[in-house]
Design a protein around this ligand. Structure first.
Ligand code: UDP
Length: 487
């Protein structure tokens, strides 16, 4: 990298959710390999988990990443003290407060950045923090939006937004084709992200309006994806005159086992070595890994039904049940039915947080039951693991279309309608154990799908290696920042 770039000082601001913090930290590591000065801005509770990853990166790869912390106004916005991350919210109503708290960081962050001895050159911040555009504008520096979804799903959102479906599509279950997509994509309104959820959730309309306004103050989009995976979709944005840099998949920067184990900064609920030993004891490509991300809630009856499906598959599995989903009903069922005994030797249950990238990249894993959060999806692509898609909300149904219909590396479990982010009735079952079992059989028996997943893995690796498209896009992004700062 030219010596001039060494003077660049990039500020990274992730939204307060694991699905933003994790990839932005990976991106910080990638940028730090280019001799830039990197500063991450976060809040006390999140910073304490981020710190250990930064320390680790500093030791293992001599990364130079600073971390600065601004207090989070939990109490002021009506959240319990220390509640600073989407995954610690006990109800989705609280997401509104979390967003409000984030917005209140605008002033303190502007003050902090104005006082830096080393002048910031650019802000790269989550798409969910539109107000950072104003901060960058006040500092006279460019802002780039870090997108935590892929170009395919962004394009569906963009095109559906122009179709006026509330008027033209009568019922929620009526299928319609999304216009101006490079491939034929058919969806229903009930699969679209909920835009009306003020009560019981974030005022999504307001956030979207803010994002649209912020576009004016945003130089371009940095996307955790890679061009070879979705070339037509990247092109579609370029043709619209948008500045876009696909720089991923960022999770591939974690090559050493220790980096993978540290990733996310959350202490795993299982000793990484115990998990690895268990995986080592299984035959290649036989294990099903089931995990549903960090945010949504799953009713107890659905958890039980999922367990029964995994058991009925007769295959080895690792099943993650998040702490907030381990209800008394679930614990009682596990105990009364002696579930863990019944699947002993082939079923590993992790209650809480799993080292996902470690698991996915292990050779014994052959399939991933996923909620289609973009990070999970692209992590599976990096590992060459085909997926059983079980989308729940937000853009997850769009990601499912990419995986199943475009990339053809997944099997849908059969959900048709988005669930509410708030916990549904504890007795509600969306997917039967039979559906789970059948999807597993279908996935594991199709050689073509497995082959395509392996090919995509190679393309992802190629993109991030020296000289690959994502590697070069990081160079191009740095050059853009240099031009903007007139260095
Ligand atoms: N994750 C993890 N362990 C878990 C659950 C999630 O490491 O037990 C990580 C996962 O690897 C991914 C992120 O958390 O990087 C979840 O992001 P995603 O976009 O998939 O879903 P969300 O959490 O937003 O629903």
């Amino acid at each position: 990298m030219a010596s001039k770039s060494q003077q660049l000082h990039i500020i990274l601001i992730p939204f307060l959710a694991q699905s933003h913090i994790i990839p932005i930290l990976d991106f910080a590591k990638l940028l730090s390999q280019r001799d830039l000065i990197i500063t991450i801005v976060s809040t006390p509770v999140n910073s304490s988990s981020i710190q250990s990853i930064i320390d680790h990166a500093t030791i293992s790869s001599h990364a130079k990443i600073n971390l600065v912390t601004v207090p989070f106004p939990s109490i002021q916005v009506g959240l319990p003290e220390g509640c600073e991350n989407m995954d610690t919210l006990s109800s989705p109503d609280m997401a509104t407060q979390l967003f409000a708290g984030c917005e209140m960081l605008q002033e303190p962050i502007l003050e902090l950045l104005s006082d830096f001895q080393l002048r910031p050159s650019a802000i790269i911040s989550s798409n969910a923090l539109p107000w950072t555009g104003k901060v960058a504008c006040s500092l006279g520096i460019p802002r780039y939006a870090f997108q935590t979804i892929c170009c395919f799903s962004m394009l569906i959102s963009h095109n559906v937004g122009r179709m006026n479906v509330s008027q033209t599509v009568m019922s929620d279950s009526e299928s319609f084709e999304v216009q101006n997509m490079p491939d034929k994509i058919v969806i229903t309104k009930s699969q679209m992200p909920r835009r009306d959820s003020k009560k019981g959730g974030v005022d999504i309309r307001k956030v979207i309006q803010q994002m649209a306004e912020a576009e004016r103050l945003t130089r371009g989009m940095v996307v955790n994806s890679f061009a070879d995976m979705e070339p037509k979709y990247v092109e579609a944005f370029k043709n619209m005159g948008k500045k876009i840099w696909c720089i991923g998949p960022v999770s591939l920067c974690n090559q050493d086992m220790s980096d993978k184990l540290e990733r996310g900064g959350k202490k795993g609920s299982i000793d990484g070595n115990v998990c690895l030993k268990w995986l080592d004891s299984m035959a290649p490509k036989t294990v099903i890994y089931a995990c549903f991300g960090s945010i949504g809630r799953i009713p107890s009856a659905q958890i039980i039904e999922t367990g029964l499906g995994l058991e009925a598959s007769n295959r080895p599995f690792i099943w993650i049940i998040r702490k907030k989903d381990v209800s008394n009903q679930v614990e009682k069922w596990l105990e009364d039915e002696k579930f863990e005994e019944r699947v002993k030797g082939r079923g590993l249950i992790i209650r809480g947080w799993a080292p996902q990238v470690v698991i996915l990249s292990h050779p014994s894993v052959g399939g991933f039951i996923t909620h289609c959060g973009w990070n999970s999806t692209v992590e599976a692509i990096c590992a060459g693991v085909p997926m059983i898609t079980w989308p729940m909300f937000a853009e997850q149904f769009y990601n499912e279309k990419l995986v199943v219909n475009v990339l053809k590396i997944g099997v849908g479990v059969g959900v048709e309608t988005a669930v509410k982010m708030e916990l549904e009735d504890e007795d509600k079952v969306f997917v039967s154990s039979m559906q789970v079992k059948e999807a597993i059989e279908q996935l594991m028996d199709d050689e073509e799908r497995i082959k395509r997943a392996a090919e995509l893995r190679q393309l992802a690796t190629k993109a991030t290696n020296d000289g690959g498209s994502s590697f070069l896009n990081i160079t191009a992004l740095i050059q853009d920042i240099m031009q903007q700062t007139k260095l």
